[in-house]
Design a protein around this ligand. Structure first.
Ligand code: SF4
Ligand code: SF4
Ligand code: SF4
Ligand code: FES
Length: 1005
């Protein structure tokens, strides 16, 4: 057995197990006495007693299934040989797991498996990590009486279509673990067992893995007990030899992984079962898309140049540091101390971020430091601090298991926070209800065995109107939790808010006009949420990236307070943070007005503690935010910028404006893995380290601080924080640390919410959620339990103000943007992995009517224009977006979706309004107005729909006729509105292909 494999107790822990002090029952297994919670399986009890029962279909990640019959046991006083995985313990039970009778039965089972299994153990990729091999040894199998010549599956072809794992059915024992993992853990239901008896076989439907519903989360690969599902890297490199526990560097879920290594080479990343955020699950990015760390595009040596038109010149580290420091000092001498600044990165560790903001405050001598959270979750910090007193979400992820109604606003977790989405889907399959607030029909609206109770498909830019309408119903219909409000919230502000929210302008009927959401639907959703014993709110960038982002966060906080949904498990207001360390980069004092722990720079007492420890003066004046830096640069007052791990020339809005700002500067220093878009404007390039080289911590969306441990040496020869220390020192402020642990000690000494955090504690506990201090030595999973951090919860009036970015005759559509599962932000990492097979380019989702009106075909190149810019990308015609709304992602620099987004931003924090841009779309190359286009194309809307129906039928032409018709009909039912199908049905039948006509007819029955 592989020494790296995590222990497997065979069946899951009984819900609410021993930690809650459940009654236990005592049993004796092979003479060993053990007490376990009632309901525990005999198999798990045996494992806890140190007795390993042979098993194949069981694993503690999945509910017991009882199909392989290898785990049979004998129980005193009972007939037969029950399966230990499906038999619960009973008090006083005496169990025998090793008898002659059992041994014979098990050998018989193994004989059958092995008689239909390739005998290539020595050359098999799973050799040494195969449970079938282990079990053959465990049961003492020496011979197969049936021989190997009978009917078998040994010639079944390998499916290597997935870029990351093989499916070799010749090795499959049809234990169904993969099917159950896909259902129970991932919630995708992509796999199925086709056929019966000997004909049974597992597969992703009728085709190959690639092209199936599979989202490549890897859960099936992880549970497969044989080499049937095996990572390509294991096939290529062999079995790993050592493991390093670390944290994924992609999204804000912050999954824990075991980096399984051969020397300095990663063989595979396996999600850790005891990871606080992911509990053994993963998504395609963390599990498979780590190859960018050693991609040939990595720059590992520092480079400098005098002008951005010059070629880069590789130089040794000291020369690069000297080059940067001399020029920074020169700028300050000529233009003043405030003419330079820095941007920290939410992709870097807490320690790296802390050191950069310290460099800016102590060595640059100003507070011109900001972070990429400015462009994503800064309104979360503002809104939750104003209402609750803390700039962070209120719950741990586990809390969702107790939610009865989930309000999901402006978030698309199946794409952006996949592991949490799986957990949420599990809760929904168990009966919780879901309200989705999103212009787009995201997957959560309807996914296998999950159907949202309400989808409030609002117009982009009307979030605040909708949340006000929900609260209006709660208050005016008397559905509020008066006791909670009275005991926990400030009465003066509540009285004012109650008067405000009860006004007719906040009623569903009044807001229907702005939002487009029917008043009856709003009322029904509000009643459902208010009536829930536990109502939980989860939200994403669809809330924050608006001109009223901060207002909306406060609106959600108001709704949670008025319904009493704060301060216990199953409730709360939970921002789903975008990047891995957005929470941490904000916590570490990256904002120009706040020191670590969200304390204002103007507070003398706070500043003094920093000044005493740092031996430097900290300015009491807030510095420049990122947009202010750009404006000041264009105005000639800001001349030098240090950019840590952020591609502002691709990720920030109105790229032309960003480029102009960068061009105006005398010195741009970029610290990154790759020569990104921003590096085109840089004079110094300081190579950064990947997460596999870092030694530090990330803080995820649940305030969980996780260790990031180096699995391989730094490819640049330095940790990133060492580079900032050397630059600060060259600027005249000596700064140095021995290790990441020492930096964390300084963070803890200066930040009350981190006071108890240290690397030692993290090694001991695995992870910890801040606040972690004397009052909460092991952290705080749920906040605001008895009282809000600010004392009494504060209701804030949230009047709806329509954004200035409105659709017009020239720009009649509203563009909103988001992410796709396989790609990550600007794609710098994921585009350098095989994830590109799922998303080679950004596409523009457009409703069929909007497409038909403009003569746009599915897949055709279209021009997307706003008042600030224009770009070209392929169209994807879909009813996922409503009429009048278009949607795209921003993962590819060639598309540069942010060329068109405007500089409108949140009134409180300047977070850009990425989610609302008025645009026009036309076929690429066309210049006519859309009316003229429709005429010149010579097609009516119905013509266009007929053409699309024929195109769809063409896509299924490879299938047998009846299957093709069913597939086309299913596609039309899923993606077309009924009126579209009716329009096509009314068209002359001879204009439709036979398959399309039959499918349309089937839909109309
Ligand atoms: S592919 Fe693996 S997990 Fe799935 S049924 Fe076959 S052996 Fe079991
Ligand atoms: S990789 Fe994930 S989604 Fe794909 S089949 Fe396996 S469990 Fe299902
Ligand atoms: S859910 Fe997020 S943190 Fe987890 S593996 Fe995927 S990208 Fe990484
Ligand atoms: S492990 Fe119990 S029946 Fe398979």
């Amino acid at each position: 057995m592989s020494l790296l494999r995590e222990p497997d107790l065979g069946t899951p822990r009984v819900p609410g197990g021993p930690v809650l002090g459940e009654p236990t029952v005592a049993v004796v297994i092979d003479g060993a006495r053990v007490a376990v919670p009632a309901g525990t399986s005999v198999m798990r009890a045996a494992a806890l007693a140190g007795v390993d029962v042979p098993k194949l279909c069981a694993t503690d990640r999945l509910d017991a299934f009882g199909s392989c019959r290898l785990c049979v046991v004998q129980i005193d006083g009972r007939n037969g040989t029950p399966a230990s995985c499906t038999t619960p313990v009973v008090d006083g039970m005496v169990v025998h797991t090793q008898t002659e009778r059992l041994a014979k039965l098990r050998r018989g089972v193994m004989e059958l498996y092995i008689s239909d299994h390739p005998l290539d153990c020595l050359t098999c990729a799973a050799n040494g990590d195969c449970e079938l091999q282990d079990m053959a040894g465990a049961v003492g199998l020496r011979d197969v009486r049936y021989g190997f010549d009978g009917a078998n599956h040994l010639n079944a072809p390998v499916d290597a279509s997935n870029p990351y794992f093989n499916f070799d059915p010749s090795k499959c024992i049809v234990c169904s673990r993969c099917v159950r993992a896909c259902e129970e853990v991932q919630g995708t239901f992509a796999l199925t067992i086709l056929g019966r008896g000997f004909q049974s076989k597992v597969g992703p439907g009728i085709g190959e893995f690639l092209g199936s519903e599979c989202v490549s989360c890897g859960a099936c690969v992880q549970v497969c007990p044989t080499a049937t599902l095996t990572e390509h890297t294991v096939v290529e490199l062999g079995q790993p030899r050592r493991t390093v526990l670390t944290t994924c560097a992609y999204c804000g879920v912050g999954c824990s992984f075991r980096a399984e290594m051969q020397g300095e080479t990663v063989v595979r990343m396996v999600p850790a079962k005891n990871g606080g955020a992911n509990e053994g699950h993963s998504c395609v990015k963390g599990r498979f898309a780590w190859g960018y760390a050693t991609h040939a595009d990595r720059v590992v040596n520092p480079m400098v140049r005098d002008r951005i038109t010059d070629p880069w010149r590789e130089v040794p580290w000291p020369e690069a540091i000297e080059f940067a420091a001399t020029r920074l000092l020169d700028i300050q001498q000529r233009h003043g101390v405030g003419a330079i600044g820095g941007i920290t990165s939410s992709r870097c560790t807490n320690e790296e971020v802390f050191v950069v903001q310290k460099m800016v405050r102590a060595a640059f001598g100003n507070n011109n430091v900001d972070t990429c959270a400015r462009v994503c979750h800064s309104p979360t910090g503002f809104g939750l601090k104003a209402t609750f007193g803390t700039s962070a979400g209120t719950q741990d992820f586990r809390s969702v298991d107790q939610a009865d109604v989930i309000l999901l606003v402006g978030a698309n977790p199946t794409d952006a926070h996949p592991v949490f989405a799986s957990r949420m889907k599990r809760r929904l399959r168990a009966g919780a209800r879901l309200i989705v607030v999103d212009p787009r029909r995201i997957d959560m609206v309807r996914t296998p065995h999950v159907q949202a109770a309400h989808h409030l498909a609002l117009q982009p830019g009307t979030n605040v109107a909708v949340v006000n309408a929900l609260a209006h119903v709660v208050v005016t219909e008397g559905l509020l939790d008066a006791a909670f409000v009275e005991q926990r919230c400030s009465p003066t502000e509540f009285a004012a808010w109650r008067e405000f929210i009860s006004r007719p302008e906040n009623s569903p009927e009044a807001t229907e006009v702005h939002s487009g959401v029917p008043a009856a639907e709003l009322r029904a959703a509000a009643r459902l949420f208010a009536a829930a014993p536990n109502g939980a709110i989860y939200y994403g960038l669809g809330v924050t990236e608006h001109s009223q982002g901060s207002t909306m966060v406060m609106g959600l906080a108001n709704l949670a307070m008025v319904t009493g949904n704060i301060g216990r498990e199953g409730v709360g207001v939970n921002p789903l943070r975008g990047q891995n360390n957005v929470q941490g980069s904000c916590d570490m004092g990256s904002f120009p007005h706040e020191l670590s722990g969200y304390r204002h720079v103007s507070d003398d007492a706070t500043r003094e503690t920093f000044e005493a420890m740092w031996g430097a003066t900290v300015s009491p004046a807030p510095g420049l935010r990122i947009p202010n830096m750009f404006d000041a640069a264009i105005g000639g007052r800001f001349k030098g910028l240090f950019v840590q791990g952020e591609d502002i020339a691709q990720s920030d809005p109105n790229i032309a404006h960003v480029a102009a700002a960068l061009r105006s500067m005398e010195l741009v220093i970029v610290q990154d893995l790759f020569l990104n878009e921003t590096a085109a404007f840089a004079h110094v390039f300081l190579p950064g380290t990947s997460f596999l080289e870092k030694d530090g911590t990330f803080t995820n969306a649940e305030r969980r601080i996780n260790r990031v441990r180096p699995a391989m040496p730094s490819q640049t020869g330095k940790q990133e924080w060492e580079v900032a220390c050397e630059l600060a020192t060259a600027l005249g402020y000596p700064m140095s640390y021995e290790s990441g642990a020492e930096i964390m000690d300084e963070i803890a000494a200066l930040t009350p919410t981190f006071a108890g955090v240290s690397f030692d504690l993290l090694d001991q506990l695995g992870s910890v959620q801040w606040p972690c201090n004397d009052a909460n030595p092991t952290g705080t999973p749920v906040m605001h339990i008895d009282t809000f951090v600010r004392g009494r919860g504060r209701f804030v009036e949230t009047p709806f103000v329509a954004t200035d970015e409105r659709a017009s005759r020239r720009f009649p559509l509203l563009l909103t943007t988001g992410r796709i599962l396989s790609q990550y932000n600007v794609g710098a990492q994921t585009r350098r992995t095989d994830n590109v097979v799922w998303h080679e380019t950004d596409v523009l989702e457009i409703h069929p009517f909007d497409a038909a009106e403009r003569g746009i075909d599915d897949g055709a190149a279209v021009a997307l224009c706003s008042r600030v810019g224009e770009t070209t990308l392929p169209a994807h015609i879909t009813t996922r977006v409503p009429q009048g709304v278009v949607y795209t992602t921003f993962h590819h620099p060639e598309t540069g979706a942010n060329v068109v987004t405007t500089e409108f931003s949140d009134w409180a924090t300047n977070c850009p309004e990425y989610k609302v841009t008025a645009v026009q779309v036309r076929p690429a190359g066309a210049t006519e107005s859309h009316n003229e286009l429709a005429v010149s194309h010579g097609e009516s809307g119905v013509d266009s729909l007929v053409r699309m129906a024929n195109q769809i039928a063409g896509q299924f032409a490879h299938l047998p006729d009846d299957l093709a018709v069913n597939s086309v009909a299913e596609h039309l039912r899923s993606f077309w509105e009924r009126r579209m199908i009716d329009d096509v049905a009314a068209a002359p039948a001879d204009r439709l292909s036979p398959t399309a006509a039959a499918a349309v007819a089937q839909c109309c029955v």
